[in-house]
Ligand binder design. Structure first.
Ligand code: SAH
Length: 398
């Protein structure tokens, strides 16, 4: 049985992290394979002594194998149906699958759900699937079948949006499009009772930053009577929540004019009778640097990942320090700063130190009110701490 699956042998004593269920095997840990393995191929991993340890997808980068199972079991439709079903059971336990106020959530969060390389986001009656590895891309027909089995007639379409995330999308012929069902470009979703127009064809990531849901709800709690500046606003999630929370005025800033339009559109969707909101297309660094002090008493900094790789970490930390120093200089006394980093290559400790340096530069009295992270539908596999990527601080500034 399984004679056709290639065998990869580790170097001596390189199985330690695998025995602790870490799902990645780096090229440096591998001694040899019994035949050449291609990008995306399923392989079995053995210790130097010939003991089976894991089965997973081979990759072409520095991560040579992404582990899908620590058992010698077929990765067939029943297997995918079981894994997708377990991911669904967690979202069900979180109250997300039948919440009248929220119909968008992450169903599969890669390693956090034991499925390295796969992201599935649910937007109402649509599922958007994103493959980050060739192995997952090859498995998309099985994944679509498993999703259809799990949701039945509650899904109208399954859309593949992997062109931007697959390492060699063009070479393997991956184009974005519907795997199942009727093509549709966008849909209005609900999140905590608020409405957002999500365009997964053209939008960043799968169309919406679902990972800020809980943190947006916290902004709503603090917004009453405040003047709010939402920088790096993208679709205006934080702005809409701040307005719902009773903010006196909200300004949304993004360097992309398109993003500002999306934010303005979402404000209109929730507040058709005019809201105290203004969208501005500008560089957030310049805008904060040049603006008059004391204009705002709640500022949100949610920049894109400044570091995509560890070698970019020093530059990223400098970026976080600068942007936070600008905001801390300008915020009104008694103001609240929500500041985030979504760079996986920057640790919670490093981010906090960058904000600490910024506070010292600005010379303000700063207290930490909350330490934020990603929501429960973006779970962290305890054996894969790298999966904790979103870090946030809520600061009270005197
Ligand atoms: N806060 C958003 C997500 C932010 S995504 C949410 O909750 O949905 C990051 C955004 O930063 C993108 O929309 C991008 O266009 C914008 N951006 C990138 N560099 C920028 C810069 N220098 N100044 C302002 N916006 C920038």
């Amino acid at each position: 049985m399984n004679n056709d699956i290639p065998r990869i042998y580790l170097k001596r004593n390189k199985e330690e992290s695998l025995k602790r269920f870490h799902p990645w095997i780096f090229t440096g840990a591998i001694a040899r394979s019994d035949r050449p393995v291609g990008d995306g191929e399923i392989a079995d991993v053995y210790t130097a002594d010939g003991q089976f340890v894991a089965r997973g997808h081979c990759g072409a980068g520095s991560i040579a194998v992404r582990v899908l199972t620590f058992r010698q079991e077929p990765l067939d439709l029943p297997w995918w149906t079981d894994r997708i079903g377990r991911a669904y059971a967690l979202r069900e336990a979180l109250g997300l699958t039948a919440d009248p106020d929220t119909d968008c959530y992450r169903l599969v969060h890669g390693e956090g759900d034991g499925l390295p390389g796969l992201v599935v986001d649910i937007y109402g009656r649509y599922a958007v699937v994103q493959a980050h590895s060739t192995g997952i891309y090859d498995a998309l027909p099985l994944i679509a079948d498993a999703l259809a089995a799990c949701y039945g007639d509650r899904l109208d379409a399954i859309y593949n949006k992997s062109e931007g995330t697959l390492p060699h999308a063009a070479e393997i012929g991956c184009t974005d499009g519907c795997l199942r069902g009727t093509p549709a470009g966008s849909s209005v979703v609900r999140e905590n009772g608020l409405r957002f127009d999500v365009n997964w064809r053209e939008g960043q990531k799968t169309g919406f930053f679902i990972d800020q849901r809980d943190n947006r709800a916290l902004v709503r709690r603090y917004a009453r009577g405040r003047r709010v500046l939402n920088t790096f606003c993208y679709t205006g999630g934080f702005s809409v929540y701040a307005l719902r929370g009773g903010a006196d005025y909200v300004e949304s800033v993004d360097s992309s004019g398109k993003a500002v339009e999306l934010a303005e559109n979402n404000v209109r969707l929730n507040f058709p009778d005019k809201a105290p909101h203004r969208g501005i297309a500008a560089d957030a660094f310049d805008y904060l640097k040049e603006m008059e002090p004391d204009r705002f008493d709640l500022i949100i900094l949610d920049p894109p990942a400044f570091a995509k790789h560890h070698r970019a970490t020093p530059n990223a930390l400098n970026g976080y320090k600068r942007i936070n120093a600008h905001a801390l200089r300008k915020i009104r006394k008694g103001g609240i700063l929500f500041t985030f980093s979504c760079s996986q290559a920057v640790s919670r400790e490093q981010f906090r130190n960058a904000v600490f340096s910024a506070a010292a530069i600005a010379g303000r009295n700063v207290r930490i009110l909350h330490q934020l992270t990603q929501p429960a539908d973006h779970p962290v596999n305890i054996y894969h701490p790298e999966g904790e990527y979103l870090k946030g601080l809520v600061l009270y500034v005197e």
